[in-house]
Write a protein that binds this ligand. Structure first.
Ligand code: GDP
Length: 197
């Protein structure tokens, strides 16, 4: 799969606005500011790609990107806010994401983006539970790995692996740095497996 061929396809506010549910796609989720856009840009080697998802009016939408292979897509899910977002907004988000996870046949895997310095927020854990419940494999990217020295970064990876050792849907915990390029090849290899399978 040539990830650098990614192109914006469409945005959807609801499940029924999503592109035809055929082929295969992998989704990206994470709280706001976790580094999700930077990770998407790094993986697709397109510094402007995820900017599309950040333009006003699009931040709350599901954004779809096509890849060179017909029927293969990357999906940027809306970033979830800090604890401070209103209960109403959070419920709205959960409803749409829940519907997407529940019904999307072409969804092959979930990439969860977490800041390596503070992974596993309450919402991250909820998403992991959902994926476990739906048997959806997960790649965890611990981003901004360049912000920690080597040993503390390794320790963080181990801590997350330990916390999730009874959660088999998590197939890999990968340190990642959009800034330094760490973990990009591994992330691509993992995503390719899902999109090829
Ligand atoms: P998003 O809200 O999850 O899409 O997060 P962004 O990709 O916009 O990143 C949020 C902030 O973190 C920005 O200031 C980025 O420059 C910074 N950031 C993202 N990835 C990295 C990284 O790998 N290393 C460092 N040092 N900063 C990063």
């Amino acid at each position: 799969i040539a990830f650098n061929s990614a192109r914006f396809l469409t945005s959807a506010a609801h499940l029924d606005q999503c592109p035809e549910d055929e082929g295969c796609e992998v989704a990206f989720a994470g709280r706001s500011n976790s580094g999700k856009s930077s990770a998407l840009n790094a993986i697709t080697r397109n510094s402007k790609l995820a900017r599309t998802s950040k333009t006003p009016g699009r931040t709350r939408l599901i954004n779809f990107f096509t890849l060179s292979r017909p029927g293969a897509r990357l999906v940027d899910l809306p970033g979830y806010g800090y604890a401070r977002v209103s209960r109403e907004m959070q419920q709205d988000w959960e409803k749409h994401l829940g519907a997407y996870l529940e019904h999307r046949q072409s969804l092959r895997g979930m990439t969860l983006i977490m800041d390596i310095r503070h992974p596993l927020s309450e919402f991250d854990e909820m998403l992991i539970e959902w994926c476990q419940h739906h048997d959806l494999p997960m790649l965890l990217l611990l981003t901004k790995a360049d912000k920690l020295k080597k040993n503390p970064a390794r320790q963080q990876v181990r801590d997350v692996q330990n916390a999730l050792r009874d959660v088999p849907c998590v197939t890999r915990v990968q340190p990642f740095s959009a800034l330094k390029g760490d973990g990009i090849d591994e992330a691509r290899a993992h995503l390719s497996q899902w999109l090829d399978g």
